[in-house]
Design a protein around this ligand. Structure first.
Ligand code: MD3
Ligand code: FE
Length: 203
């Protein structure tokens, strides 16, 4: 099913479910090369969400700031390649939402454990905001906060469950968003975690 969250923000409920085995097998290979780690914000706080990346560019944060980098600072090697199953899912979901020809060059992989959250923020480290962002939720459910153009705008709460895919573009691209602290639980395939794949055109 297809639900509009706002102008150019579409939830494709369960879109990734039939591809979960391919996605999770590919994910296992990515994290062997580029393990999950807790990055530090420019202000010196350890992020509660563990992260890694695949594709030509990876999103990183440290005391120097937020940026996209071609090399994993932990290993000194390029990020693992973007698996075909990831790339195709992002392309197909974007097309379904009306964004034909989406070619991501960055996939940020977020892993939430119980209590982990993401405070309200905008995604604005990308070179251009013309391309949409595709976000894939796997594992435990989470409450996603979808705010407005100002941090003070009251966010809508959207529950995202295993296999849900959200496509954000156009007028929604710079809206504030975040994730409420994850509630503990047990997902049959992912155990006590939530994984989010965020596909972007960054460079
Ligand atoms: C809404 N991750 O990594 S992606 C992030 O569930 C991030 O881990 C969230 O926000 C997560 O930066 C959700 C969903 C998302 C991404 C970009 C957006 C929502 C957006 C841009 C504009 C509006
Ligand atoms: Fe974000």
């Amino acid at each position: 099913s297809r639900e509009a969250l706002g102008p150019a923000a579409v939830v494709l409920r369960g879109f990734a479910v039939e591809r979960e085995e391919a996605l999770l097998t590919a994910l296992e290979r990515v994290v062997v090369d580029a393990p999950f780690r807790h990055m530090v914000t420019p202000g010196g706080f350890r992020m509660s969400v563990a992260m890694t990346n695949c594709g030509p560019l990876g999103w990183v944060t440290d005391r120097r700031g937020y940026r996209y980098a071609p090399v994993d600072p932990e290993t000194g090697r390029p990020w693992p390649g973007m698996p075909d199953s990831f790339h195709q899912l992002a392309r197909d979901a974007a097309a379904q939402a009306g964004f034909e020809g989406f070619v991501p060059d960055a996939c940020l992989i977020n892993r939430y454990e119980p209590g982990a959250k993401m405070s309200l923020h905008q995604d604005k480290d990308e070179r251009s905001f013309d391309a949409p962002i595709v976000s894939v939720s796997l594992g435990l459910p989470a409450v996603f906060l979808f705010g407005g153009e100002n941090r003070s705008d009251k966010p809508q709460r959207v529950r995202l469950t295993h296999g849900d895919v959200v496509v954000w573009g156009g007028a929604s691209r710079l809206r504030y968003h975040g994730v409420m602290p994850l509630k503990a639980g047990l997902h049959p395939r992912l155990g006590g975690h939530r994984i989010n794949l965020t596909f972007r055109r960054a460079g």
